[in-house]
Design a protein around this ligand. Structure first.
Ligand code: UDP
Ligand code: MG
Length: 313
């Protein structure tokens, strides 16, 4: 039996070596083989240098995939899963916020419970501010309402699954990858376990509010066409209001002759209708943009260097 740990790394020069130490400690004497697949997501610091050092030191089986630029965590996870050889594949961050010991428990759960194919960890306590927490909660409410796939509100990418699941995740080669949705979409029996995220060992988080917002939009657009229906509903309601208002205007004209000057009405209506049209065009644009990206058929990532075990001198 073999486990593949897929580790996306972006500017994690100070963390990667500590991460390897923690993995070796956690899996020492576990009784099965494991490999670490580090994916350097176009880091601007010395991450790749550190990873090459780890690779040549050969303290445990390590593969290194290095991207030609920053493609994002989702692409890094995808590349790692493509190169995973294990019977179990685990996704874990490089910053040790997610402890490797938990992966050991996850593997044990999968070994003991053949009915489960995935063990996913969710954060039982979130250390983030009230505002961010409110936005995250609202996002999950919206997406679970709009989309056919249901997401666990606190589930993270921190999860371990069987090889078959990984193969199906890789087969979904969509360009805009929203992994929480993709996990839910492929299905499989999932066991959710709580965990508490530790402090980062080094470096800072790579997520800004803007990045999170874009990620949320990717999630909603990628897993639901409900916004398009919203545009249709808005259009329908506006058309109905227009018919009613036209009848009133015509009736007034027939009753009282020349209609009273309606400057304010015209301005307000023009603004409202203009805004509604722009919103609807924007929504359609989001979908058209994604169709455009997908039809270009560009790869999800470009690896400039891949170090496997054979490359070790
Ligand atoms: N990461 C990545 N590419 C990116 C951003 C992040 O590979 O563009 C990696 C990062 O190195 C880390 C993991 O994704 O291993 C999670 O990122 P981070 O710790 O910043 O997120 P947080 O834990 O704050 O949600
Ligand atoms: Mg982190």
């Amino acid at each position: 039996m073999k486990l593949s740990l897929v580790v996306p790394c972006y500017n994690e020069a100070e963390s990667v070596s500590l991460f390897q130490d923690a993995v070796i400690q956690a899996f020492d004497g576990c009784g099965y083989d494991y490999e670490i697949i580090f994916v350097d997501d176009g880091s601007k610091d010395a991450t790749l240098y550190q990873l090459k050092k780890i690779h040549s030191a050969q303290r445990c089986p390590v593969k290194v995939i290095s991207f030609s630029r920053n493609f994002g965590k989702e692409s890094a996870i995808y590349a790692g899963m493509q190169h995973a050889e294990g019977d179990y594949v685990s996704l874990i961050d490089a910053d040790l916020q997610q402890r490797p010991e938990i992966v050991r428990d996850m593997v044990q759960t999968l070994e003991d419970h053949p009915e489960y194919d995935v063990v996913a960890a969710y954060q039982d306590r979130r250390g983030e501010g009230k505002v961010l927490s409110f936005f995250k909660k609202s996002f999950y409410k919206i997406i679970n309402h709009l989309s056919a796939v249901k997401l666990h509100p606190d589930a993270s990418d921190f999860r371990t699954f069987r090889r078959g699941v990984a193969e199906n995740l890789v087969a979904l080669a969509e360009y805009h990858r929203f992994s929480k949705g993709i996990f839910a979409w492929v299905g499989y029996e999932t066991c959710f376990i709580p965990y508490t995220a530790c402090e980062r060992v080094a470096g800072t988080t790579k997520w800004s509010f803007r990045k999170l917002f874009n990620y949320a939009v990717d999630g909603i657009i990628g897993f639901s066409t409900a916004p398009l229906r919203l545009a249709t509903c808005l259009g329908g309601m506006t058309a109905l209001a227009a018919v009613i208002y036209s009848i009133i205007v015509i009736w007034e004209k027939l009753e009282h002759g020349i209609a009273v000057p309606g400057y304010a009405t015209i301005i307000v209506l023009t603004l409202i209708l203009g805004a509604m049209q722009l919103i609807c065009i924007g929504i359609i644009g989001e979908y058209v943009g994604r169709i455009f990206e997908q039809t270009k058929n560009r790869p999800i990532y470009i690896a400039k260097e891949i170090l496997t075990y054979q490359d070790t001198k």
